[in-house]
Ligand binder design. Structure first.
Ligand code: FES
Length: 580
């Protein structure tokens, strides 16, 4: 460090590659010149990695091909040297069986890309659901100065003048089609109108939840998570990320200095007020653990009792989308409404505190961003339930389900896998009522594998035709943040490894009470013991490859689904690579 607390050029990490008078550094310099760079372009300048999750299979990040040049522009303007490094894209739309199988692979990709290359800081370009937590997990473990650039939500969908919301309206109109209420032509028109521009899902799904979380933790520029992808403000923000990261390198402002326990508590509060996706729980726990902060389900439970949902954005809200949220003041506006619940002294990538960042933030539409006195749901978005069916917890989003299911007893109708469930659901003779509890098991982290978003089980067609649009559904799967309904998710431990969900049989009674935060399988303990003795673990999912490694190291949902060996406490920190 120099006298004014700025890092010196000699102390830059990249200087290990470029500065020495030896044969290896000769190679690095000569190969940089092979790419057409003169020494003046890198000498004494911070090398800034741009981890770009653009790909031809990633509609949410289409604009990253252009935005990366805006980031570069900012880096160059501030005296840095940009180095774009493509990273795994994790397209929620196309990658199978589920992107969650690969979140940790991208986290490893990000961490090792940074470790192995001559970089001093990084701009992380992501947005589609898992890319945000994955890039932040990797950057947190590597702990170089990092700034997150969210892809931004796409424009509102449109069909015959009606607004369409990502995911939510796909489920809604699919049910209408199954009920025979819209034509095949209508269905095709909905297909064409629901995703009208580049950018991430514009409901309060996992993408908008996770980018808002990145901002509330302090890892983005103020307001960055709310700017629509197609807005010119998004281009300016991209360039600003480039300018700011160069300064962050000189200031040595690393993720660990920003991502404190207070920062994660802020993120949980904001998530609750946003009407967040249930996926937030898994990713936040994993990220906090990487940063050395011990966050668990109880922290979500505490926040959920304190903060109401004030973002009137679908699916918790019934009308607005992220574009409206941006015009209403965006995340800074929302945070200004719940400032009493936030740690305003938490540090952020701007080098200023959260309180300083949101000073002067305003709300321009009280119906889109409500006051805490006039919320859209009186408690936080998520509730954690526990009981003999989920000893390590499960999650429900009460703000997005029919209130009559918040206290409910129903008979179980159990499916052991998705194909048998899918087949049965269309059976006109299926013996099911709207009071049943539909159960899907073997859909957790190991069982899915990868904990797919199957938790919003379809309502049986027979009931859809009778007008039923919600019922209690229970699984160890996740669900899309754009989904809705009385879906109880993330049951831990999962059924595939013998959690109590594995012991449920058709006709068993299940009782949930969201106010009391309980869920129970009303079967005598002696009977459960007998069933446990008879239970056999399903066959192994993978015999080789990444999946083999995944099933041996993935942790349960309540622990964040990280690989055990990636957690910070697993072993001694990894050192810098040797250069010989
Ligand atoms: Fe990419 Fe929803 S599919 S954010």
């Amino acid at each position: 460090m120099t006298k004014n607390n700025k890092k010196s050029a000699e102390a830059l990490r990249s200087a290990r590659w470029f500065a020495p008078d030896d044969l290896r550094a000769f190679g690095h310099r000569s190969r940089a010149m092979q790419m057409g760079y003169a020494p003046e372009e890198w000498k004494g300048r911070p090398v800034i990695a741009i981890l770009n999750t653009w790909s031809d299979a990633q509609p949410c990040h289409m604009h990253f091909k252009a935005r990366v040049d805006d980031v570069r522009r900012g880096i160059l303007m501030a005296g840095g040297f940009p180095m774009e490094l493509p990273a795994l894209s994790l397209s929620e739309s196309f990658l199978k069986p589920t992107t969650m199988l690969y979140r940790n692979l991208l986290a490893m990709d990000a961490e090792e890309l940074l470790r192995g290359h001559p970089v001093d800081g990084v701009v992380l370009m992501g947005g589609c659901d898992k890319t945000t937590p994955a890039l932040l997990l990797g950057a947190t473990s590597m702990n170089l100065p990092a700034i997150y650039l969210p892809a931004g939500p796409m424009l509102r969908g449109n069909w015959k003048g009606k607004t369409l919301g990502s995911g939510s309206d796909a489920w809604k109109y699919w049910d209408e089609r199954r009920a025979g209420k819209i034509s095949d032509k209508d269905w095709v028109d909905v297909e064409a109108g629901i995703a009208r521009s580049y950018g991430t899902c514009m409901t309060m799904g996992t993408a908008s939840t996770m980018t808002a979380i990145a901002e509330s933790i302090g890892m983005t520029l103020p307001g960055a998570s709310s700017i629509p992808a197609a807005d010119a403000g998004h281009i300016r923000m991209s360039s600003e990320c480039g300018r700011r990261i160069v300064e962050m390198v000189w200031e040595d402002l690393t993720p660990r200095k920003i991502q404190t326990r207070k920062a994660f508590e802020n993120a949980i509060i904001v998530a609750m007020a946003m009407g967040c996706s249930t996926n937030a729980i898994i990713h936040l726990i994993a990220q906090a653990r990487r940063a050395g902060a011990d966050i668990g389900l109880d922290d979500f439970e505490t926040a959920s009792r304190k903060v109401p949902v004030i973002a009137n954005v679908r699916p918790s809200g019934d009308k607005y989308l992220m574009e409206d949220f941006y015009y209403a003041g965006g995340l800074p506006g929302l945070m200004s409404r719940i400032r009493d619940h936030l740690h305003l002294d938490a540090m952020t990538v701007t080098g200023r505190t959260l309180g300083e960042n949101i000073a002067g933030a305003e709300v321009h539409n009280d119906d889109v961003i409500r006051t805490v006195e006039n919320p859209i749901y009186a408690e936080g978005a998520l509730a954690v339930l526990k009981g003999n069916l989920a000893p390590d917890g499960c999650v429900i989003k009460p703000s997005a389900c029919e209130p009559r299911f918040l206290k409910h007893t129903g008979q179980a109708l159990v499916f052991d896998d998705y194909p048998s469930m899918k087949k049965a659901i269309d059976d006109p003779d299926l013996d099911v009522t709207a009071d049943h509890v539909l159960i899907l098991r073997n859909a957790g982290p190991q069982g899915g594998p990868g904990m797919p978003e199957w938790g919003m089980l379809p309502i049986p067609t027979r009931l859809v035709k009778q007008g039923v649009r919600d019922m209690v559904r229970l699984s160890d799967a996740r669900m899309s943040g754009t989904s809705y309904g009385a879906c109880i998710l993330h049951v831990s431990p999962e059924s595939y490894i013998g959690g109590p969900l594995a012991l449920v049989r058709n006709g068993d009674k299940i009782t949930l009470d969201v106010a009391a935060r309980t869920i129970s399988l009303d079967v005598p303990e002696a009977e459960l013991k007998k069933r446990r003795a008879e239970w056999k673990q399903p066959e192994t999912r993978f015999e080789r490859g990444y999946g083999w490694m995944f099933t041996r190291h993935i942790k349960q949902a309540n622990e964040g689904c990280d690989f055990d060996f990636l957690e910070t406490e697993f072993g001694a920190p990894v050192g810098e690579p040797s250069i010989y």
